[in-house]
Design a protein around this ligand. Sequence first.
Ligand code: NAD
Length: 500
Amino acid sequence: MAPTLAAPTVKVDRKWQLWINGKFEDGVSERQLFNPGNGKPLAKVAEAGPDQVEKAVKAARNAFDHGPWPRLTALERAQFLFKLADKIDENASELAEIETLNMGKPLRETQYDMADAANCFRYYAGLVTKPLGQTVDVPAPSVTSIVREPIGVCGQIIPWNYPLLMAAWKLAPALAAGNTCILKPSEYTPLSVIRLAEILAELELPEGVVNVVLGDGPKVGQPIAESILVDKIAFTGSVKTGKLIAAAALTNLKKVTLELGGKSPMVVFDDFNLDTAVDYALFAIYCNAGQVCSAGSRMIVHKSIHDQFIKKMIERSKKIKVGPGIEPDTEMGPLVSAQQLKRVLEYIEIGKSEGAKLEVGGDQPQGESLSGGFYVNPTIFSNVKPEMRIVQEEIFGQVVVVQKFDNEKEAIELANGTQFGLAGAVFTSDVSRAHRVVKAIKAGITWVNGYHNTYNECPWGGYKQSGWGRELGTYGLDAYTELKQININLDPQPVNWFQP
Ligand code: NAD
């Protein structure tokens, strides 16, 4: 775990601008951001008008069609990305503080995210210099090779829960492969991404290779997804917006990857150490106050340990230190925004009205240091039915439902019983059962006796409505390249298919 900081030291009351074609500029309007920890105004941020979005798209197009970046060698691009990773490390304390002040999550999480982001750039810097293509043994006199080439201009739209890390997941493989980018952070959490743009400018990334446009989804994100000058759109966010992106991308049939929501199950059998399972359950749901796409938001627990499991979860949930993310001893921060707070509290009311049993939480913690912030206590519902909305829908907050099962078959049915398929876990001491169950879970990311380990080296993405395609790993680089076969005829002779 990274070291913790003392008090806030960064100055966020400054200009936060768009970055288009290598220049920082004001927008056509400004958005007021609020500190989720106290609800007070935090910073004002530039927002792009339609002309600026178009300018950013054209800058990326020009940088791809005529600029140096796609024409550098893989090694030269890798060297830039290694330098960028080092700069992120050098500025990690500042970036983590900015992230915490803007997004709300505790410093121990944002410090971890910064290290992860730097390592994502390092991973793709290393990967892109390794062999990417193939040669195939076709009938003479041809020699054939299969090469990977950059796709072109990539629109990248990201959410608010891991602002800088999501930017790294998008930019690192795209830049490594030689693409150019228009990156749109969430309108709620743009600060760390703007700071990243400043670092890219300091490192003299050629103009137009990365452009950062700011503003809301319909005004700024949608035109990027629709633009016929954009070759690929990579989106992370909700299922609802993902469907709009996929539809918008039809204009020119641009390539699309979608990393969407989840309602991920954690299945606990009675042969596993109960205290350890409860410990993982807390980690699975309450990290980042539940605002994690892969959060373990459904505990599926064997009937023989169900009541004890809940009792222990309640005891541990009550001890979690909820507070401003900037306080070094805070274990769970606020939700990101007043809107997210409203959404989570509404879901808690929905759960109660559906007849679920509220075991703990469901309310907002009180206290001087929490005043005005977007806090909710860790919340557990039991006595739920599979069709309830709190079981089926992504709440994206610190609310977990506990489902009870009798046998392995039922556990698997419950685990797979939603529209989502992002992640899932099984806890058991029986290796055969672990293998059977994890294979039966329809999800892209799974764990046995663990939760949340995420590796830059492994593919990230979901089954069913959790998305299209994969990020990270070699698959993440593939998703930013086109495949081309090159057939070279070594002995051209007339074909005489038609009479001479
Ligand atoms: P969201 O869908 O509301 O917004 C995501 C981004 O899309 C934002 O930048 C937003 O401005 C933009 N957007 C909104 N409407 C748009 C439109 N019509 N056209 C183009 N862009 C538009 O999601 P959110 O509330 O920011 O984030 C939470 C969601 O993200 C959750 O569902 C979560 O599961 C998901 N998420 C998924 C992953 C993953 O890897 N699968 C990771 C993190 C978050």
